[in-house]
Ligand binder design. Structure first.
Ligand SMILES: *Cc1c(COP(=O)(O)O)cnc(C)c1O
Length: 379
């Protein structure tokens, strides 16, 4: 927390706005819309709820197909299944670790052949890095299929001067506890289409008709954000730019200390993009370093330092094992390589230089120990 949260929470208490509506909700929506440069925003209870609403607004229903990035958290795809639609997973490409335009193109060609184009494309900006938006937008426009930009991890990131989350018909952000700014739980749906956003508010408030009695003509959801949590969000948004500066500094320290080790490669930042570096991620080539991701995870864990593998691609998840998948090339699955060799380091905005140095020390030690063992065996 930044310290300012209490001010907004107290306002909510003093005015008795303890509800999933109120002044903090209204202001938080305006402030987010202004920050990223869109016409409007709808504050909701989670990023997952925002994705679900976006699918509902695009009319995704039973039997429809939706293309979705494979290398992501499961929440990107779950709402597709809530709607009874079929997720089809698209691989990453190496420059951004995000959706591969050529895999997307192949998926579209097949769908066109089958006469069954997807209703939407859910595109994820992993760990704060924007996907190749230009290429992907051209392809989706060619087929007339709208994009939902899952910017849950990339709030504050930029692509060619435009904010992450504002490229698709809809964009979504998450304020879950693990994200760069948080309301403990929460999310935001953004768009330039005010009419659609108004409909999102309606669906997120149990689809209550404009009648004095409680009348409902369709099924709705209870997806609005609490006015208390929106107050936390307002204070968090005030420090988002500082958080990004801090996260990028964490990345830079790791990069300066470790990037010269052969076989370690940090997640790239595409030219003309600005990542929020939510998480510092890198790959470890076992042939070059002699160590695996597991070796580093274990070495750090022994020192009570928590690191994580990168997301397990969704096409490899047991729950999605029957689903279609388009790899980057016929014989190259980039997301699987990233999963097998990828690692996320501790990246919190509040890490001290000392914390970062400690992590660096144990990573270096793991590499050196292994090298000594190999050299000894050679002798
Ligand atoms: C966190 C996250 C979500 C879901 O957000 P919640 O607010 O936790 O529902 C969706 N997509 C991605 C890529 C995420 O990292």
């Amino acid at each position: 927390m930044s310290g300012n949260e209490h001010k907004y929470i107290n306002e909510a208490f003093e005015t008795n706005w303890i509800a999933p509506l109120g002044p903090n909700v209204d202001e938080f929506e305006k402030e987010i819309a202004q920050y990223v440069g869109v016409n409007g925003a709808v504050a909701v209870s989670s990023g997952t709820a925002a994705i679900h609403l976006a699918l509902l607004l695009l009319g995704v229903g039973k039997g429809d197909k939706v293309f979705c990035s494979s290398l992501t958290f499961v929440a990107s795809a779950n709402p597709i299944v809530y709607q009874g639609a079929e997720p089809i997973f698209i691989d990453s490409e190496p420059d951004t670790w995000n959706m591969s335009p050529q895999a997307l193109e192949r998926a579209f060609k097949d769908a066109l052949k089958d006469g069954n184009l997807p209703k939407a494309v859910i595109l994820v900006n992993l760990y704060g890095q924007s996907a190749k938006m230009e290429e992907i937008t051209v392809i989706c426009n060619q087929y007339g299929v709208p994009i939902i930009e899952d910017a849950a991890e990339s709030i504050g990131a930029m692509y060619k001067g435009k904010a992450s989350g504002t490229f698709g018909k809809f964009g979504i952000f998450s304020f879950n506890g693990n994200k760069i700014i948080t309301t403990s739980g929460g999310g935001m749906l953004v768009s330039n289409d005010q009419e659609a956003l108004q409909r999102a508010r309606f669906l997120a408030t149990q689809a209550r008709d404009a009648a004095p009695h409680y009348q409902h003509s369709q099924i709705g959801f209870n997806y609005r954000l609490s006015n208390i949590l929106a107050g936390i969000g307002r204070a968090q948004l005030e420090v988002l730019d500082d958080r990004i500066t801090a996260r990028r500094a964490v990345f830079q320290q790791y990069y300066d200390a470790l990037s010269n080790i052969p076989g370690l490669r940090f997640m790239p930042e595409l030219a003309e993009t600005f990542s929020n570096r939510w998480l510092t991620a890198l790959t470890i080539n076992e042939n070059e370093t002699g160590i695996s991701v597991i070796d580093i995870l274990n070495a750090l864990s022994e020192e009570n330092i928590e690191a994580r593998p990168v997301w397990k691609p969704l096409h490899l998840q047991p729950v999605f094992k029957e689903r279609k998948y388009y790899s980057h090339n016929k014989n190259e699955s980039v997301s699987e390589t990233l999963f097998n060799n990828g690692l996320c380091l501790p990246s919190g905005s509040n890490m001290t230089d000392e914390d970062i140095k400690t992590v660096i020390h144990y990573i270096k030690q793991t590499v050196i120990k292994r090298k000594e063992r190999v050299d000894m065996l050679r002798i």
